[in-house]
Design a protein around this ligand. Structure first.
Ligand code: SF4
Length: 205
């Protein structure tokens, strides 16, 4: 690899690191004592064991971020952030009382338009099915709830196609509380372990 290309990859990794780690850490440091714990929306859509392993072995996250598909996905995110000029990605949050515990639910949607009453999540994928994937639908529904908008969209991109789906079934506070209460390992037993990057380390996988 050339030095110039290495520089580009380092820039991309730093960009992702700032967006997905530094901003979240800074946010959590400012959370008040009236909150018992923070849970991120992406954590509600995946196996809780993944977060535990990432905490235990932080370099694991880098093995995921250096995957070409993940880097290509981030390049699409960067392009779409340029398109959505009126919107700068930011962390939204709401706090719920879940069985006596104050739980803050936080997330950074890819795109929010209050004018269109909508959130959009962008996905780079190997292929696009007839229907959006269930964990992606749940993620958009959680963002709709978090941002108080009525309409959600998923935009899929592959190397040679793209497709969008509308999602208009909102979640209530009670639905979100159920997601927090009943997290299972894995979250999606039919397929999640099969595709999990942490399978070799996992006590369940
Ligand atoms: S292998 Fe399965 S149980 Fe283990 S972290 Fe991955 S998804 Fe979760």
């Amino acid at each position: 690899m050339t030095d110039l290309f290495n520089n580009f990859l380092a820039w991309l990794q730093n960009t992702m690191n700032y967006k997905y780690e530094t901003k979240r850490i800074e946010f959590q440091e400012d959370v008040g004592d009236d909150v018992d714990r923070v849970i991120w929306i992406h954590e509600l859509c995946e196996c809780p064991e993944k977060a535990r392993l990432e905490n235990y072995f932080p370099p694991l996250i880098w093995t995921v971020r250096f995957k070409p598909a993940v880097m290509l996905g981030e390049l699409i995110h960067i392009a779409l952030e340029k398109w959505s000029l009126e919107y700068t990605p930011q962390i939204y949050h709401k706090t719920l009382d879940v069985d006596g515990e104050r739980v803050m639910v936080a997330g950074m949607p890819d795109y929010v338009s209050k004018a269109c009453d909508a959130v959009v999540d962008f996905k780079y994928s190997a292929h696009i099915g007839q229907e959006p994937l269930q964990h992606h639908v749940l993620q958009v529904q959680l963002y709709m709830w978090l941002c108080d908008v009525k309409h959600g969209e998923l935009w899929y991109f592959t190397h040679d196609s793209f497709k969008s789906f509308g999602i208009d079934i909102p979640l209530s506070d009670e639905n979100v509380m159920q997601e927090i209460r009943h997290r299972s390992t894995p979250r999606w037993p039919e397929w999640e372990c099969k595709y999990c990057e942490y399978r070799q380390l996992c006590r369940y996988g």
